[in-house]
Write a protein that binds this ligand. Structure first.
Ligand code: CMC
Length: 453
């Protein structure tokens, strides 16, 4: 894939197009006519995109800065060339390193999928064993972290505790600053993936005022997480295999999602060359918002507020009137059913079979039924996203609502690190620093306070 920008050639405005040229083979270029000057510019197209910097030479006056593109919220801007995750939002396709999410959800485990995201290939048996060993042997956290947690109120949101303690990890591992050292990066990767469930588990136990449960190296990654959350007086915690597998599959489905808000935060903050703990804390903060990973918590609150199937049409009316959003619906990229939502719906039924049906399910199904038929949602291509059904599963598994975004952050850590490393090693990447269109006051002189209106 060519990565070096080709020079852009301004061409003279054509007075007429000769027949032979009109029939010429199409070229991978875009011709722009600047109607202010009548000049034409031929810009190379690579991978279906033009380089924003190629616009810079378009100017009326040579002293001007040059043309920029204006794209608030990055609606149509590719910020990187990535090899990690592929999404076709129109069709509803999601692949990690080329592997369809459906196959990974059926056949893989979270730790194997994390390896795939980070190292671009599925591991062989020895590589997988080694990988799991290292993650498992980096699950403990420094005892001082417990003192930080002690400082939080009993009702502190676990995401706030998680963000703070991830950031605090950077103070325990100053070697993490050595970001261009491959071995150091790998060690921080083991630590981050290994310690996230422990931080999350400790935050949860703190909110209950219960003693912390230390990691159990004999358990699987999700099994150990359940142990750290739910173990009480038993000498050995035995996770329910159905719930353990359900959680593992949910972790696979949440592991990466290309350039979403939190991955972009990870890349953007990481582009200043800060250590990966600080960048992961920033990514986790981005995930916390209700439009991103916090949506799963909001969906449940919404379903409880609706209260009954009979009240769904009224609620949908309010959504259509713009009074509120149907949380768990809509996506910047998917304009079709989110493939993760389809898989999650299936897991929901497996969990309900074991734990009993979540009474909110009927309300969720009715919301989905109406929305999928209603013109408002159909026209805007709003479909259930990953967050629509996860809350129902988590609640049935015994997680409190505040833990829902945490359950998203734990598996997304592997995706964040894969995105961060790809950014660091990409010779085209630099510190992320967008431009602005200044629309404020022109220059003016300072007014002494006594002369101000
Ligand atoms: N309910 C009602 N209307 C909606 C919704 C919704 N959930 N989502 C989008 N719309 C409408 C929106 O009002 C707009 O209508 P109009 O064209 O008349 O102004 C149109 O659809 C386009 O919406 P947008 O806000 O421009 O779309 P976006 O790409 O900026 O936002 C989104 C994407 C996910 C933030 C948005 O769909 C949303 O707020 N959904 C609810 C929150 C949610 O479920 N978030 C989880 C996203 S998936 C997992 C993750 O990223 O963590």
């Amino acid at each position: 894939m060519p990565r070096t920008p080709r020079a852009m050639n301004p061409v003279q405005p054509a007075t007429h197009t000769p027949k032979s040229e009109a029939l010429a083979a199409p070229r991978d270029t875009l011709t722009i006519t600047d109607n202010r000057t009548g000049k034409q510019y031929e810009i190379p197209i690579t991978n279906g995109a033009i380089r924003a910097l190629d616009l810079r030479q378009i100017k009326v006056d040579p002293r001007e800065f040059g043309m920029m593109s204006y794209d608030p919220a990055f609606n149509n801007t590719a910020s990187c060339i990535s090899h990690v995750t592929y999404i076709d939002g129109d069709v509803g396709i999601l692949r990690y390193r080329g592997y369809p999410i459906e196959e990974l959800a059926e056949k893989s485990t979270y730790l194997e999928t994390a390896y795939l995201l980070l190292f671009a290939e599925l591991p062989n048996a020895t590589q997988l064993k080694d990988w799991i060993w290292h993650i498992t042997h980096h699950t403990f956290i420094h005892e001082s972290i417990k003192k930080f947690l002690d400082g939080f109120h009993y009702d502190a949101h676990p995401m706030g505790m998680l963000i703070s303690t991830i950031a605090a990890l950077s103070t325990f591992y100053p070697d993490a600053k050595d970001i261009f050292n491959k071995d150091s990066r790998l060690k921080q990767t083991w630590r981050l993936i290994g310690k996230m469930p422990t931080l999350a588990g400790f935050a949860y136990r703190h909110s209950l005022g219960m003693p912390f449960v230390y990691p159990d190296n004999e358990l699987s990654y999700p099994g150990n997480f359940l142990n750290m959350l739910f173990r009480t007086t038993e000498l050995k915690y035995h996770p329910n295999p159905t719930l353990e597998r359900a959680l593992d599959v949910l972790f696979i489905l949440h592991a990466d999602h290309e350039q979403n808000c939190s991955a972009n935060a990870m890349r953007c903050v990481g582009s200043s060359h800060v250590d990966p703990y600080s960048a992961t804390a920033a990514a986790t903060a981005a995930l916390y918002g209700p439009l991103h990973g916090g949506a799963n918590e909001e969906v449940l609150a919404m379903l409880m507020e609706i209260g009954s199937v009979q009240k769904v049409p009224d609620f949908i009316k309010r959504v259509k009137a713009g009074e509120q959003r149907l949380m768990g619906f809509g996506h910047r990229v998917y304009k079709n059913y989110d493939p993760r939502a389809r898989l999650i719906k299936r897991i929901a039924y497996e969990v309900f079979e074991l734990m009993g049906k979540n009474p909110l399910l009927e309300i969720a199904l009715e919301c989905e039924r109406i929305a999928l038929e209603d013109d408002y949602f159909v026209k805007r291509k709003l479909y259930p996203n990953v967050d629509f059904y996860t809350g129902l599963i988590y609640q049935s598994m015994g997680f409190p609502m505040t833990m829902f975004p945490v359950l998203f952050a734990i598996p997304r850590t592997s995706g964040w690190i894969a995105q961060w490393e790809e950014m660091l090693l990409d010779p085209e990447q630099k510190i992320a620093r967008p431009r602005q269109i200044y629309a404020g006051q022109d220059t003016r002189s300072y007014v002494p306070i006594e002369q101000r209106a």
